[in-house]
Design a protein around this ligand. Sequence first.
Ligand SMILES: Cc1ncc(COP(=O)(O)O)c(C=O)c1O
Length: 409
Amino acid sequence: MPGGVNSPVRSFNAVGGTPVFISRAQGSRVWDVDGNAYIDYMASWGPLILGHADPEVVDAVRKAVARGTSYGAPCEAEVELATIVTEAFPSVDVVRMTSSGTEATMSAVRLARACTDRDLIVKFEGCYHGHADYLLVKAGSGATTFGQPSSPGVPKVFADCTLLAKYNDLGSVEKLFDELGEKIACVILEPVAGNMGVVAPTDGFLRGLRDITRSSGALLVFDEVITGFRLSPGGAQELYGVAPDITCLGKIIGGGLPVGAYGASREIMSMVAPAGPMYQAGTLSGNPLAMAAGIATLRKLHNPGSYEKLEDLASQLVDGLRDIIKSAGVSATVNRVGSMFTLFFTDRSVVDYDAALNSDTNLFSRFFGRLLENGIMFPPSQFESVFVSLSHTESEISSTLDVMKKALE
Ligand SMILES: Cc1ncc(COP(=O)(O)O)c(C=O)c1O
């Protein structure tokens, strides 16, 4: 495997050291092949909002697998998951399942282009939308981690179709629309950025994007692959009260199995094959195991008090961390939205990609290493979100804070 891994950030290249190989996981804990236990805040990069191997999810998958792993034909579970999604997201009447978040965003952009008959798209520096060619331009996540704002192999003509704007800077978007508005098919963004580390939208930013796109005939695409069902049942669009034209989902809706989805109004989705002419397909899309894991996850998440509990645990952890930063006199700042947060080693407030890049990644690496040695697993990069799950306990939050305190001091 290139670099020994199947997805770059897993390699620990960004933080140094040897990647931990996992042998099993349960609830908030993962165990490596040497038998060491860790409290996990990676949550497989976001899907595991219930924690690992939740008994109800495991049971649902076990029952589903006995009925066959894939049919290549419609099944009831697809309809059930589609119904849960459309009920949770008022902006989504019709949804198409894919097998990954990358496919969801790639298809959403194709859909926006098909609907508008325009080629250009606007994306934001530091936002990551998977690894499709024209989205791999100044992307966050692993692309930032490795200092490759874009990748070789992306034809210049593809990258030329992607216009870059600055997150939380409406002026940078207005400028692009003033010059090229009639050619812009869509604006795509993470409504709460997670892939330059967590960065919340400033007041009026999402609303401003809604107004600009609407008045110029472009579509607004929210990539809620991380935020969908994490920040609220209806994602960031519910939290901030701004509805996009197209929504991309993934991660949580597959309960830890490979999944993605994109959806929109009935009118927009009528463009997608076979209802319409825009082609998009997938051998394993709507896979019955992934549907079963997703349905079980979302049902459990729907229990009263879930989001309050996530908010409680995450605020305990982040408030405690902020106190430690203050008393230890460390130059650091924490951005948190709900159960996702990032500790940036910078004294500037982090509202965009440039500010995120100002962080001291060497300090982050040392901090990461200290946590790992003491049984706490954070994502191995400064430019990622830490995730709190429903399986974390108050006592784990408190022991995590003890380890953080020693590390920061
Ligand atoms: C916001 C966002 N969009 C899209 C993707 C791509 O999803 P996948 O890795 O399932 O292809 C990711 C992955 O981390 C993501 O964070």
